[in-house]
Every structure is written in structure tokens, then in C-alpha cells.
Design a protein around this ligand. Sequence first.
Ligand SMILES: [Zn+2]
Length: 148
Amino acid sequence: MKRIPHGLSFILALLFFALASQAQEQPPKEEGAFRQPELVELVKLDKTIHLDIRYATPHNFVGRPVYREARAFLQRPAAEALVRASRALRKQGYGLAVFDGYRPWSVTKLFWDLTPADKKQFVADPSRGSRHNRGCAVDLTLYDLFSI
Ligand SMILES: [Zn+2]
């Protein structure tokens, strides 16, 4: 068997790690037929939805803002479903407070990188991406319309 010279194996190892780390810096590639993305801003569909975008403040587990603006977006079908839920809940005396919707993949990657190994089950693996990255997950709570 012919051996690879030591210097060449070192360069191959560097190349491998460079490619491997580069692969970690990109959202996962997905095959298939997908609808065209159409992110819509929630408050433009329903002005009664209250926003509490903690990731635009230092009051989150990162300890600093990761969004420049306190806004929330979802893909149109998810946003319209949320508006229907909001309208139904208002009739029962509840409002919706949204903490997060669409989340850029780079933020998911940041969360993953900052989370200790024993807490990774609480954050999405960026190699798979998350429903937030796809604009179809929303973090929210209910509030009593008559107690605010
Ligand atoms: Zn979530």
C-alpha cells in the first residue's frame, strides 16, 4: 500500500475540517416541491396580536438582542391560522402575545452554539433546521383581555 506523505495528509485533514465546518454554516438543503415562501408580518394581518419579542431585547437566554427589530413573521397559511385563533380567543376574553415566529437559520445556529451539550435538547439542531426557520412555528401565550 502506498502511504500518503505526512504533509499531504495534514493538508487533507485541514481541507476536510474546513469543508465540514462550512457545511455547518449553511441551512440544510431540502429536496421536494415546496410552496413559494411568503412571510407576512403578523400585526399587519391582526393589529390585536400583542408582541413581546424577547429576542429583540437582552431578556432572553442569550442575554443580548439577537434581532434588530421587535417584529414577528410567519408563512401566510400559518399567519392566517393564527389570526383565526386570535379572533376565536378574543370572543372568549383572551388575547395572543407572540414571543417569536419566523427565525433566521443563523439565529438557530447561534442558539445551538451557545447552548451547553447537556441542554441541546431545548434548541433546534441547525443541521436539520427548525419549524421557526421555515416560518411555520410561533411561540406565544394567552393573556386575559380584562386584566391588562
Ligand atoms: Zn418555538
